[in-house]
Design a protein around this ligand. Sequence first.
Ligand code: AMP
Ligand code: FE
Ligand code: FE
Ligand code: ZN
Length: 288
Amino acid sequence: MSDPARIDLHTHSTASDGTLTPPELVRAAADAGLDVVALTDHDTTAGWVPAVAALPPGLTLIRGAEISCRWFGVEPAIPLHLLAYLFDPAEPELAAELARVRQAREERGERIVRLLQADGIQVSWTEILAGADGGTVGRPHIAQALIRAGLVATTSEAFGPDWLGERYRLPKDDIEVFRAVALVRAAGGVPVFAHPRASRRGRIVPDELIADLAVAGLAGLEADHEDHDAAEREHVRRLAAELGLLVTGSSDFHGTHKTVRLGAHTTGPEAYERIVALARGVTPVASS
Ligand code: AMP
Ligand code: FE
Ligand code: FE
Ligand code: ZN
């Protein structure tokens, strides 16, 4: 590995709402000078096999996912994202939950499209599904349809309050967060709370919940992320230190669906080694 190692533990491919295919993603990670990249598509492991097959020399792949969760401790419940690393994808209960969430995302996507159509907005669900090309469907795919229709110019505009951010936002049928932590652990995986203080994305959960999740098996918190400002990053670091959790940083790269670049934020080698040491599901993959 180069010194210091460049480790980016949160990226998306066309297996969910990124725009690079898994082979393109691992090649881009190598080109960006990364030593380690984690593929963490929303609610799916479908990108793992093609990413492994295309892994360039010198790059280590951490197989992961970003799991759509919800905390029901307040009304209405708060959605949150759990990164899960190196879990066994064949563990039946976790695999079944991920399949259920992917199905629920399709139903929710279609309902959002019906709401848009009811207001006279010309978007086609068939076209949006085709755009997702078998990957996990998300609002970024609907955003592309709004762009194609000339209604908004950019993905971030499509996430504004007049569109998918509020007016045409519907909840997903996510996994209860304590159940998700337990399932990831049972599958030998390492759960890390993604962008836990990203208030600009919506409501955030209280620190007390994070403390309870740590007791339940949460391993870490993502601190360095583009949706955290400096104070939020510091808050996450302090909380992680108090709770004995590891701290990660990552790009949350989505290709052209977002402006952030691979390696824009990175994870230190100690936190990375802790994740690998805790994992019991699958191993990191390095091409020979
Ligand atoms: P969904 O998973 O369908 O609820 O859609 C959420 C996804 O949309 C996130 O994983 C991001 O990839 C993307 N997203 C959320 N907010 C924005 C934004 N302001 N601009 C661009 N993409 C966003
Ligand atoms: Fe996403
Ligand atoms: Fe996320
Ligand atoms: Zn993400």
